[in-house]
Write a protein that binds this ligand. Structure first.
Ligand SMILES: NC(=O)C1=CN([C@@H]2O[C@H](COP(=O)(O)OP(=O)(O)OC[C@H]3O[C@@H](n4cnc5c(N)ncnc54)[C@H](O)[C@@H]3O)[C@@H](O)[C@H]2O)C=CC1
Ligand SMILES: O=C(O)C(=O)COP(=O)(O)O
Length: 436
């Protein structure tokens, strides 16, 4: 396992000037007193250096691993960690979260957050952040490229040339202009792909479970089946969920036109790969491009296996839809900034499982954070604790979900450990932090 507790000589110099977005966001935090204790950050799956540098610029202690970790490995390493950063592989389960007594937040340096038990994190008072847009264009561009490659059997003929075989033929090769692209999941990626495909002269139809604005001349379909039976290329851009598990199996593939193509860069649980391999080998489908798999290796190396290996006109990629320098840099910046803001100011803006709150810093104020079960009377009890100690509340923001309340309070005097304990010992309290 490649690991590197980052030390000055082992990595590029800490970024002296952070990226523009981060600079503006973090400038507002500069007047906030630094955390009282060292902040330990564990970053897995090769999170981009931009994120590492931003944490180090704040004086946080960063351990950077190139691989994902198993549940057991993560339970061990997370014990004294305040921030954990992952990408799409590492599973942050309920067991891991219950074992992470010091954990303040989880950062998904990607779009998907299905790898985190969000409900468990919420109930334990741990906000989870992601980067909802930064790599969407990278995925959309990959799909457009693969549509052309599949339509021209590019990978097979190129492999032939590398192996000394000259396989010149127009048979089964087509322009994509005028062909129909069927998009399943018309969200950030699907909608961008819709625009790119139409710019290539394709017709676009799509299916989504919620009403969405059709961009350009794209046409919404009433069912998944309608897309499958009318599209020349079917591409999947849905999240991992119980509803999308195996949503494309033998029955759905049979509904697709003979000679159609299937592309999946969403999640490996969405397509039954054995059914897809059978359809490719029988000639029912003319090709496929798959970037995600039910089981994916935790690190780069050999030994990856899938039923699709050696299927005709089949592009296999190692979950690289979001793997561009631009996307990873933006993600590193966006998620690291959100986590630093959480640690220093209690901001939960952009958290996916928490009320999104933020309170501007005011000099001579002292900030306490409290997460509690969402039951009546908590605010009254906390304010009573302040009032009975002649402490004046200068600012107070409360946000709630069905299960929790998140409270940011600024008071006019430093909060003693006694006051913190009084708040923390209220029955509904889940977490209480004195920030400054
Ligand atoms: N291969 C890769 O490297 C990457 C993969 N992804 C995956 O792509 C997924 C989609 O990304 P975004 O477009 O940003 O997400 P998004 O949340 O913007 O869009 C997902 C869309 O799918 C729709 N949807 C959900 N369940 C559905 C169903 N059963 N049938 C039809 N539509 C359904 C939603 O209503 C939503 O409009 C992510 O959840 C992630 O799992 C994202 C980035 C990179
Ligand atoms: O953004 C996502 O959800 C992805 O699937 C990207 O995954 P990765 O960051 O490349 O492990």
């Amino acid at each position: 396992m490649n690991s590197g507790t980052s030390s000055p000589q082992s990595r590029s110099p800490v970024c002296s000037s952070p990226p523009k977005y981060a600079e503006l966001e973090l400038q507002q935090l500069e007047r906030i007193p630094p955390p009282k204790h060292p902040v330990k950050v564990l970053l897995l799956e090769n999170v981009h250096q931009t994120g590492v540098s931003l944490f180090e610029r704040e004086g946080f202690q960063v351990e950077l691993l190139k691989t994902s970790l198993t549940e057991e490995e993560l339970m061990e390493k997370i014990k004294d960690v305040h921030i954990v950063g992952i990408r799409s592989k590492t599973q942050v389960t309920k067991r891991v979260l219950e074992n992470a007594s010091k954990l303040l937040a989880v950062g998904c340096f990607c779009i998907g957050t299905d790898q985190v038990d969000l409900e468990a994190a919420e109930r334990l008072g741990i906000p989870v952040f992601n980067s909802p847009f930064a790599n969407t264009r990278s995925v959309a561009e990959l799909i457009i490229a693969e549509v052309v490659c599949l339509s021209r059997k590019l990978f097979d003929v190129s492999k032939g040339c590398h192996e000394g075989r000259w396989l010149k033929s127009a048979v089964g090769c087509h322009e994509i202009r005028g062909k129909t692209l069927g998009i399943i999941g018309y969200g950030h990626i699907g909608s961008q792909l819709s625009v790119l495909a139409e710019s290539q002269g394709m017709n676009v139809i799509f299916y989504d479970i919620i009403p969405v604005l059709p961009l350009g001349n794209s046409t919404p379909c009433k069912s998944l089946e309608e897309v499958l039976s009318n599209a020349d290329f079917v591409t999947l851009h849905v999240p991992k969920s119980p509803q999308t598990a195996n949503m494309i199996g033998e029955k759905e593939i049979k509904l697709m036109k003979k000679g159609a193509y299937l592309l999946n860069a969403s999640r490996g649980t969405v397509v039954d790969l054995q059914a897809l391999a059978n359809a490719l080998r029988s000639g029912h489908l003319a090709g496929a491009a798959i970037d995600v798999y039910p089981k994916e290796p935790k690190a780069n190396g050999v030994g990856f296996e899938t039923p699709l290996q050696n299927c005709p006109n089949t592009i296999l990629t190692p979950h690289i839809g979001g793997s561009t320098e631009e996307a990873q840099q933006m993600i590193g910046e966006e998620v690291a900034t959100a986590l630093i803001k959480l640690v220093k100011s209690g901001s939960t803006v952009n958290a996916v499982n928490f009320p999104n709150l933020e309170v501007p810093f005011t000099p001579s104020s002292h900030r306490i954070l409290n997460v509690h079960k969402n039951v009546p009377g908590v605010l009254r009890d906390i304010n009573e604790i302040f009032a009975s100690r002649d402490t004046n509340v200068k600012a107070q923001v409360l946000g709630t979900t069905a299960d929790i309340g998140y409270l940011i309070v600024d008071v006019d005097k430093e909060t003693s450990e006694e006051v913190k304990e009084a708040i923390a010992s209220l029955k509904p309290s889940l977490r209480t932090r004195i920030l400054y």
